[in-house]
Design a protein around this ligand. Structure first.
Ligand code: N2P
Length: 442
């Protein structure tokens, strides 16, 4: 500048060359960290900013498409080119000899960004945050085609993970699918939009048993989507016959047991086994449940709430606690597997679609909810996901192997043994703490 250059010329000729190695190193680090990270990204990513790891993780649960093989090939090719360039530089060759492979490598990595099928700007979008294994991509596509919109689907595996993300102020979702007990807590925090029932003409298809429940009187905020139970599935050839939660604590099955990674379900199972309620807030009873879960730890191969059915199917475990629909799905192909509601009882859930108060597209969200209430669509959702539909009009459209499957639609005497998990208010923190201690303690 003291030789007469303006601020821009100084920046380009002096400052930038000086800091270039730092900028490049930072860019590479950020790239490497983000392509390697799932957990942090899943919590902080805004709606629709789906990084590759997030995309791959959700594909694992919704069906792997050949695109993912193509992506892996591209990453491998780009990495090889960059390694080749690094090798040349290390050999003391001129930087120029590395330019072609570096450019080629970066072009490959950048291509999806420029060519990718992102939603055209101006296209209407709907952002859905829903349980994994709750909606098939085909069904979403039908909605996109009918309404000429783009739907972003993000997935979660526990109510707690969903609530944590919502609590970070991560707004932007138009649809959530909480279980009954978080509906209650979201409602009390004024985080839900009252539904416009005139925009939901198909609501009448829902079985009256699932309407107007205490967690949402008059269904002002929520529309039932799936219901079901959490029991035990096991390999009858290897394990014999199971009728009690005690089986998951039997030392015979050391290293062959899977438990859900979910505080209410695991603590609840221990409580229920000993004749207590899923909804107890009594610290003494909860301490008993925690001690049982601690004792069980050496038997547990893994805590998993996402693809627990696959872990059982591959026989990495022989007994698994889990939700009925995903078990019913693998049982269709594997006749050695049995699903049982233990004699002591088990939990019942009703998961509903709701619209957050801050939803950017409430009208489209209503259209989506009503779409899922149409008999054919509700039947398709049940057929593909195998969780139980509360939609009465969908039942006649289901094939007999689903409609008559006791793992999906249990007989009344079994339903009578199920207990609805409820909002326990402040004690939620206690459950979370006890569960964290189980997972991290010795
Ligand atoms: C879906 C699990 C069922 C939800 N992955 C239980 N509320």
């Amino acid at each position: 500048m003291d030789l007469g250059a303006g601020p821009w010329a100084t920046f380009w000729k002096v400052t930038l060359p000086g800091i270039a190695p730092g900028v490049l190193a930072a860019a590479l680090l950020v790239f490497a960290l983000s392509i390697d990270d799932y957990v942090i990204t899943s919590f902080v990513a805004g709606v629709g900013s789906t990084t590759l790891p997030i995309q791959i993780y959700s594909m694992v649960r919704t069906g792997i498409s050949p695109e993912i093989n193509a992506v892996s090939t591209l990453i491998l090719a780009a990495t090889s080119l960059l390694l080749f360039a690094a090798y040349r530089l290390e050999q003391g060759r001129s930087a120029r000899s590395a330019i072609v492979p570096v450019m080629l490598g970066l072009a490959i990595l950048g291509a999806p960004f420029f060519l990718g099928g992102r939603a055209a700007t101006g296209e209407r979008v709907l952002n859905v945050y829903i349980w994994s294994n709750y909606i098939a991509p085909e069904t979403v596509k039908k909605f996109e085609q009918r309404f000429g919109v783009h739907v972003n689907v993000d997935l979660y595996d526990t109510n707690e993970a969903m609530l944590a993300k919502i609590a970070t102020g991560n707004v932007g979702y138009d649809i959530l699918c909480p279980s009954n007990y978080p509906v209650e807590s979201l409602r009390h925090q004024n985080l839900l939009l009252p539904l416009d029932h005139t925009a939901l003409p198909h609501l009448t298809n829902i079985d009256a048993r699932f309407l107007d429940r205490p967690y949402d009187p008059g269904n002002r905020y929520s529309v039932p989507y799936f219901w079901g139970s959490c029991g035990i599935a096991y390999d009858k050839k290897r394990v014999g016959s199971v009728d009690s939660w005690a089986a998951l604590w039997d030392a015979k099955w050391k290293g062959r047991v899977l438990m859900l990674d979910d505080p209410r379900e695991t603590i609840g199972a221990a409580l229920k086994w000993k004749g207590m309620s899923f909804n107890t807030v009594d610290p003494a009873k909860l301490a008993i449940a925690q001690r049982l879960l601690m004792e069980q730890k050496p038997l547990v191969k893994t805590y998993n709430a996402s693809n627990f059915e696959d872990v059982l199917l591959s026989r990495d475990v022989w007994l698994a606690q889990g939700w009925n629909g995903q078990f019913a799905k693998v049982m269709a192909d594997d006749h050695e597997l049995v699903y049982v509601i233990p004699k002591e009882g088990a939990s019942l859930f009703v998961d509903s679609l709701v619209i957050p108060a801050s939803a950017p597209h409430p009208e489209l969200a209503h259209a989506f909810i009503d779409f899922t209430l149409e008999p054919e669509i509700a039947a398709e959702i049940c057929r593909t996901m195998r969780y139980s539909t509360p939609n009465r009009a969908a039942l006649p459209l289901l094939p007999p192997e689903i409609r008559d499957n006791p793992a999906i639609f249990p007989p009344d005497d079994v339903v009578d043994r199920l207990e609805l998990i409820q909002d326990i208010g402040e004690a939620t923190v206690l459950y979370d703490r006890l569960w964290t201690e189980v997972k991290t303690g010795q």
